[in-house]
Design a protein around this ligand. Structure first.
Ligand code: MLT
Length: 330
């Protein structure tokens, strides 16, 4: 019986194969035929959300279906990332994530996904500068004074972050390593929920990406102390660099990439990459991103292979730095 079953099963599969392939080809040629979910692994109102919603709107126009931004926050972004790692590889669930894709493998000893095998890389999006911020009444007039108060205050200073593995947490880790000082870190599901705490002076300092920080700085609801770029930013006139403020070599830019679950058909990956490139060439997107200090990546980096090589290199780059910092999660 077993042998008969096997023969029948094999015959059925052989007969179905052309139809199956034709069906798959038809599905891919009709792709997309339903809305696409773009998972943003942080709460609404943060930098990842800001970039993600700009991408979703422009990609919708190119693809002819709604690209719907879905915020899935928590655990430094790893909860949302894992949601996409587990999704059907049909192109209808994709992910926008930042540098945290490359730091999580070192920070989380039991990370439920391997970034290099659980995802297809669809292209790099942008590299966003960061800016050191304080509550509006923090008694520092500049970055140098902020550093002095942190050294003196130690763990009495409260720093917000978006969880272990987030860009904001990485920036704080780098400052602690530079100063040899530990402050108290308070984690949230993203930058969005942090700003009300900072503006109400329930947090002292925060390091965030310019894509969400600039509107709050421009409305004088928080104070900008220094940017993490080698040179001052045109988008933040009058704000010095951390290097000028007394921290030689303190530079960090938060790269972002677009991902699909591993096994997503190559024609679908190519179509998603085309929609990404359309979005990053869209005049309104370019103007908005540039105005927030974070222009799109050059076209040659909006490429899946370049993205994959960058991800692999970043995992290795950050591993020794984070191991030395000694902050891990089981
Ligand atoms: C966000 O809300 O997008 C997070 O703050 C980003 C991050 O810190 O990684």
């Amino acid at each position: 019986m077993k042998i008969q079953t096997t023969r029948r099963a094999l015959l059925g599969a052989a007969l179905a194969t052309p139809a199956l392939l034709a069906g798959t080809a038809r599905a891919q040629s009709n792709w997309p035929s339903q809305p696409i979910t773009l998972v943003i692994p942080f709460a609404p109102g943060g930098p990842t959300d800001a970039v993600g919603r700009m991408l979703a709107e422009a990609m919708s126009r190119d693809l002819g279906v709604n690209v719907v931004a879905q915020n899935v926050g928590g655990a430094g972004g790893t909860i949302g990332v894992n949601r996409v790692a587990q999704a059907r590889p049909d192109g209808y669930t994709i992910l926008l994530h930042n540098i945290g894709m490359s730091t999580a493998p070192t920070l989380y000893r039991r990370l439920p996904y391997n970034p290099l095998t659980a995802f297809e890389t669809l292209g790099l999006v942008t590299a966003t500068p960061m800016v050191w911020l304080t509550r509006p009444d923090f008694p520092a007039a500049n970055f140098g004074e902020m550093l002095r108060l942190i050294r003196e205050g130690g763990e009495r200073i409260n720093l917000g972050n978006a969880g272990l593995g987030s860009a904001s947490q990485l920036c704080g880790t780098l400052l602690q390593a530079s100063l040899g000082t530990r402050f108290t870190a308070v984690s949230f599901a993203g930058s969005g929920p942090i700003y009300p705490e900072l503006m109400a002076s329930r947090l002292d300092i925060y390091c965030d990406q310019t894509t969400s920080a600039i509107p709050f700085i421009q409305s004088n609801q928080i104070k900008a102390m220094a940017v993490t770029t080698p040179e001052p930013l045109p988008a933040l006139p009058g704000v010095s660099t951390a290097i000028q403020g007394g921290l030689p070599g303190f530079e960090v830019a938060i790269w972002h990439g677009l991902y699909a679950p591993a096994g997503t058909p190559k024609p679908v990956q190519d179509r998603l990459n085309a929609a990404l490139r359309f979005a990053l060439a869209d005049a309104r997107v370019v103007e908005r991103m540039t105005g927030l200090g974070s222009p799109p990546e050059p076209v040659e980096r909006q490429n899946g292979e370049v993205h994959r090589a960058h991800l692999a290199a970043e995992i290795e780059r950050w591993r020794p730095i984070l191991q030395a910092a000694g902050q891990f999660a089981d």
